[in-house]
Design a protein around this ligand. Structure first.
Ligand SMILES: Cc1cc2nc3c(=O)[nH]c(=O)nc-3n(C[C@H](O)[C@H](O)[C@H](O)COP(=O)(O)O)c2cc1C
Length: 510
């Protein structure tokens, strides 16, 4: 993994589809080898199905799926096209057809699980083949497009919390020769080893968290690449990408470095001021008057301890300037990971209307603290940064006008009902942003639904792929970091757009 030592600037993964192949490719091509562009691996199945229903503007999805079919001769790309592509695009007022939700089932295809007779025996669950094929194909397509025509570094980013699609999408990305995988929002122990096994197309175990299980009971979905598409992916070994784990403090860095299975190849040390999801504060959660989690000195990483661990690391969260890069290098970091300033670049997947709305707030003089708040909206339970933009889910009236509904389900938890008189339990999927009654019926506590807002629908709307219901588009939700100084500088106080080239010049110079 010598190439990692050269990388000074990683453009962070930004889901859903904010850091898409266009943005990642532009970054990777700016200073090849010194920069890395990261595509978001979250929700790619939903993104691609919707792009196809918009008529696939530019023909990029069709091009990538054709490359997939030409390379592996599985016909999966054509199958996806036949199912979702609408020539000329759907009518603006009509709904998108959804891909299958990622629902795991018992091996007999039902959601019924008997009480375990031997609790030590892990329980095997299954995911539909259609889901698996779509995840592999779209993971491939996004990385293939990002890597097309240059030799710069392309990484892919995942949230560990979204555990089921991760391994399939990562395998698809590996089929397209991805250079690195960055994993945040959870402890990714075990994934470096899984990635190494997938290089040789070995069967891997995807551990699934299931709430209300019996003591000692474990659940997993086996993934055997040889069983997918008649083993057509498995003819030659793949290249092992670097695995970078996102951590906020030295404790997790040390734990992962000492992993019983395999340590990651490096770390992103992400401060709680970064855009997107953040680690919660250490200790009991205390909120300020605006309902934001209060962080303290305890949440500041010990740079010396991290440096002593000896693996390469990059600092993230407010590191979008040349001075901050110098500071990171002085701490012993290899470089920095930067998100917010790229999210507002012209190549970003964020819908221009939201980028303009943010720049207008900056032009008006709205300060950073008023523009971005740390919320508890995310069904993951992690704090989540939200830009305070009118007409988006940040606005309480917009949230209240939307009926709670979970029809995408990427952030669902899995759990088991209480056993009936025959010892049978039902496996359920639930989301804390779904209707409160349905969450409570699935053993949830009402207070855990408070403040939760639908990120799946909201984030797809942010990139112009929102579902339309009764002619109304789902409200967007926009995330951004706390430090907006580099956006102010590059946009001339919100007055002018800027491009990836400008950002990389500003950060790394000539
Ligand atoms: C719009 C946006 C979306 C993000 N989405 C993700 C994500 O899906 N996964 C992730 O690991 N980090 C995500 N992040 C964090 C970035 O990858 C990066 O670490 C962070 O933005 C760095 O801090 P900065 O925003 O101060 O530059 C997101 C950040 C932004 C601004």
């Amino acid at each position: 993994m010598e190439f990692l030592k050269e990388i000074k600037l990683i453009q962070g993964g930004m889901g859903v589809y904010v850091s898409n192949w266009r943005l990642a490719k532009a970054v990777a091509m700016e200073k090849p080898g010194i920069t890395a562009g990261t595509v978001s691996g979250t929700g790619l199945d939903w993104v691609y199905v919707r792009l196809l229903q918009l008529g696939d503007p530019g023909g990029h999805v069709r091009r990538a799926l054709k490359a997939f079919d030409d390379m592996f001769e599985t016909g999966i790309g054509k199958k996806i096209l036949d199912r979702y592509f609408i020539d000329g695009g759907k009518a603006p007022g009509s709904q998108f057809k959804n891909p299958p939700q990622q629902i795991v089932r018992a091996l007999d295809g039902t959601d019924i699980l008997p009480l375990p007779s031997q609790p030590e025996e892990p329980v095997t669950l299954a995911l539909d083949n259609d889901n698996i094929e779509l995840l592999i194909a779209t993971g491939f397509a996004e990385v293939w497009l990002a890597k097309e025509g240059h030799s710069g570094n392309i990484f892919i980013n995942f949230l560990k919390k979204v555990e089921l699609p991760l391994v399939y999408t990562m395998y698809g990305a590996m089929l397209a020769d991805v250079d690195g995988v960055i994993i945040g929002a959870g402890n990714p122990d075990g994934l470096p080893a899984i990635c190494s096994q997938l290089v040789n197309h070995e069967t891997v175990r995807i551990d699934i968290q299931v709430l209300y299980r019996e003591p000692g009971e474990d659940f997993y979905v086996p993934f055997d690449p040889k069983q997918v598409a008649d083993g057509k992916f498995t003819h030659k070994p793949l290249h092992r990408p670097a695995i970078l784990a996102i951590a906020s403090l030295q404790g997790l860095v040390q734990t992962l470095a000492d992993s019983q299975s395999k340590p990651p190849d490096g770390f992103i040390i992400e401060h709680h001021t970064a855009g997107g999801h953040n680690a919660g504060p250490l200790g009991p959660m205390k909120l300020d008057t605006l309902g934001q989690p209060i962080y303290s000195e305890l949440d500041e990483p010990d740079m010396h301890a991290i440096q002593q661990i000896g693996l390469p690391f990059w600092l993230a969260g407010g590191y979008g300037s040349s001075e901050k890069i110098r500071k990171a290098l002085n701490y012993g970091a290899t470089g920095v990971q930067v998100g917010s300033v790229f999210a507002l670049a012209e190549e970003s997947g964020m819908k221009p209307a939201y980028r303009t709305a943010i720049l207008n707030e900056i032009k008006k003089g709205t300060d950073d603290a008023a523009l971005v708040r740390t919320t508890l909206f995310s069904p993951t339970g992690f704090p989540f940064k939200v830009a305070q933009l009118d007409g988006t889910l940040a606005d309480d009236s917009v949230y209240q006008a939307r009926s709670r509904l979970c029809d995408i389900g990427l952030l669902q938890q899995r759990g088991l009902s209480k056993p009936d008189e025959n010892g049978k339990r039902r496996l359920f999927h639930r989301c804390s942003a779904a209707p409160v009654e349905s969450f409570v019926k699935k053993r949830g506590l009402p207070h855990n639904t408070e403040s939760r807002r639908c990120l799946c629908n909201g984030l797809l709307s942010t990139v112009g792929l929102g579902q339309v219901k009764n002619q109304v588009e789902e409200p967007a939700i926009v995330t951004l970091g706390n430090h907006l100084d580099s956006i102010r500088r590059l946009s001339h106080q919100g007055q002018y757009p800027y491009w990836v080239h400008d950002v990389v010049q500003d950060l790394l110079g000539e």
